[in-house]
Design a protein around this ligand. Structure first.
Ligand code: ADP
Ligand code: MG
Length: 257
């Protein structure tokens, strides 16, 4: 295996999963925010993660993305182990596309330049190749016509779709969405969810932290319910939304709808 030594071929977890997490525990000081998490995400699987605020969803996403050091367990993305020190975040981020609640576009760059910048250094593409890739993904999110606009000239929904296109430009093996529609006005939520649904239909491997239960019903293969740093349930949508679901899930669903 080539590459930095902190990236090692994993010998203990299934190589077939795009994301494999075993026994992951994470503390912030005395506070344990992730408790012995086990989770697999297979190629083309769509996992929806939900649960109360503070249950550890964002922290889990940041561990998958190599942004967050952790104390115990294993996180493997594409067969490559992410070091507990989160020391090679740039390399991990090249494989994991992340879309946050806040779009985090570079305000001083055009839409096109937002989408080409990382490609030139992460994927070592020429400017011309990067531009062609960017325009392809902007087309996919129906924003090719805005390539020369600046973020401030776009609506929130359009900015979030650019953020999705920008992440896709790096050919991620998995896309992570952390409450990607939570900061949007209601009329813009739909266009972003439609973009996410289209991605799912194209076979993208996705981990979506969201309370959009309509989205979960439409695309999720599994719905993961987190509570107090643990995975309390990992169910099919039929089980999750069905009459036989656990009282804690029914209670949670009552609170968010
Ligand atoms: P969620 O995304 O489910 O709302 P988070 O992963 O953001 O939950 O947070 C889980 C817990 O970790 C919360 O108790 C939160 O206060 C705590 N936490 C998150 N980030 C930090 C941090 N940087 N330092 C200390 N505590 C943190
Ligand atoms: Mg969060």
């Amino acid at each position: 295996m080539t590459g930095p030594s902190a990236w090692e071929a994993s010998t203990t977890v299934a190589a077939s999963a795009v994301v494999a997490i075993r026994g992951l525990s994470k503390h912030f000081g005395a506070l344990q925010v992730l408790k012995d998490i086990d989770l697999d995400v297979q190629a083309s699987q769509r996992i929806v993660i939900c649960g109360p605020s503070g249950s550890g969803k964002s922290t889990l996403a940041r561990c998958i993305n190599g942004l967050e050091p952790y104390q115990a367990g294993e996180v493997v993305v594409n067969g490559i182990r992410i070091s507990p020190e989160a020391a090679h975040a740039d390399l991990v981020r090249a494989n994991v596309g992340m879309v946050f609640q806040q779009f985090n576009l570079f305000p001083h760059l055009t839409v096109l330049d937002n989408c080409t910048l990382a490609q030139t250094w992460v994927r070592r593409r020429s400017k011309a190749d990067a531009k062609a890739v960017a325009l392809g993904h902007l087309e996919r999110v129906r924003l090719a016509g805005k390539a020369d606009a600046y973020p401030a000239q776009l609506s929130g929904g359009q900015q979030q779709r650019v953020a999705i296109a920008r992440a896709l430009c790096l050919d991620p093996s998995v896309m992570l969405f952390d409450e990607a529609t939570s900061a949007l006005d209601p009329e813009m939520v739909k266009e972003v969810l439609e973009t996410m649904i289209a991605l799912a239909r194209d076979g993208m491997t996705m981990v979506c932290i969201t309370h959009e239960m309509g989205f979960a019903r439409a695309v999720a293969d599994k719905v993961v319910f987190m509570e107090s740093g643990s995975i309390a349930e990992n169910s099919t949508p039929d089980e999750f939304f069905g009459k036989g679901s656990s009282p804690r899930i029914r209670n949670f669903l009552r609170q968010i709808v």
